[in-house]
Design a protein around this ligand. Sequence first.
Ligand SMILES: NC(=O)C1=CN([C@@H]2O[C@H](COP(=O)(O)OP(=O)(O)OC[C@H]3O[C@@H](n4cnc5c(N)ncnc54)[C@H](OP(=O)(O)O)[C@@H]3O)[C@@H](O)[C@H]2O)C=CC1
Ligand SMILES: O=C(CO)COP(=O)(O)O
Length: 335
Amino acid sequence: MSLLNTTKIAVIGGGSWATALIKILCEQHNVQVRWWLRNQHDIAHIRKFHHNPSYLSDVVLSPKKVRVFEKTTEAVKGADYIILAVPAAFVQESLQHLSARHLQGARVVSAIKGMIPDRNILVTDWVSQEYGIKMEDTCVIAGPCHAEEVALEKQSYLTIASTACPAAEDFAGLMTCRYVSAHALDDLYGVEYAAVMKNIVALACGITHGLGYGDNFQAVLVSNAMQEIGNLVTAMDPRQRNMSASAYLGDLLVTAYSQFSRNRLFGNMIGRGYSVKAAQLEMKMIAEGYYATKSIHELNKLHQVNLPIVGAVYSILYEDQHPAAIMEQLKKVLK
Ligand SMILES: NC(=O)C1=CN([C@@H]2O[C@H](COP(=O)(O)OP(=O)(O)OC[C@H]3O[C@@H](n4cnc5c(N)ncnc54)[C@H](OP(=O)(O)O)[C@@H]3O)[C@@H](O)[C@H]2O)C=CC1
Ligand SMILES: O=C(CO)COP(=O)(O)O
């Protein structure tokens, strides 16, 4: 680690999750955050007022611990960890000025619950392929945790998943504070695919809620979804895992039921009759499930797992099928 036992952590992304993670990091001793965000106005505001004006604006970002940078190449200098916290669709664009040389010696932590569009690969696989980072030097931040509740210091739990527990355990220490408990798990792929899938399920929950379906239906939808997530995860990485752990089931539940869920909100608008474009414009924040639906649909052409919920959401979002008609069909296959 760096000189004087200070851990340097670069954070890439300026949205709500990046802001919440920086708040957690500010709770630690001997941590220096090097933060890159794209919005110049936000950078100037954070330097002057120590708040992010665009996301979680009540959170205080300690100037002693947080430095803001205009360039990713500056932000990652000397970093022990680089946290990626932009939506998956923008990760390639956000890192375009970085080469393998810039990332050398750092562990890369993905806080992203999405896949690289068009390539349809997980973010950790992309980082490893693109920058030559060893898989054991990558982790993901997972678990049922909304940025808004971190901002309010409500008790939350995170799972840090990796192929190698030492990397995940070190980082879990940095994510643990008065109101967050973090633990390590050695199931990188299972956790990462489950996190991608739960966003698609939340879209389905939102769509059906918007169409007027009630709690009885949603409980069955979520139960069937858990099976669907398990089937996909097993196809991608067959092994024993406890799918009722909070990194899998918990994350699905919070997204499917919470008032803070972006994916559920987006789906709800579609169910109420918004077009995809109109819902995206109205929402301001990013619903990862929109992009994930296409990636999982494409990926599954190879694997042929039975994914009726993903199929239904795909038809609505990408084939312009009527939500009510598609959900009538889905209704028949749920048990
Ligand atoms: N929010 C949460 O509670 C949680 C989020 N996550 C994950 O964290 C990741 C980041 O999400 P989150 O912070 O919620 O996102 P937000 O919707 O809060 O913020 C979106 C971010 O993306 C940036 N952005 C938007 N459009 C572009 C573009 N075209 N190019 C580059 N950047 C762009 C925005 O920048 P600008 O402001 O300049 O437009 C902003 O920094 C996602 O993968 C999400 O699934 C995971 C767990 C919890
Ligand atoms: O992954 C998340 C919370 O764990 C955030 O996604 P949603 O905002 O759709 O719930």
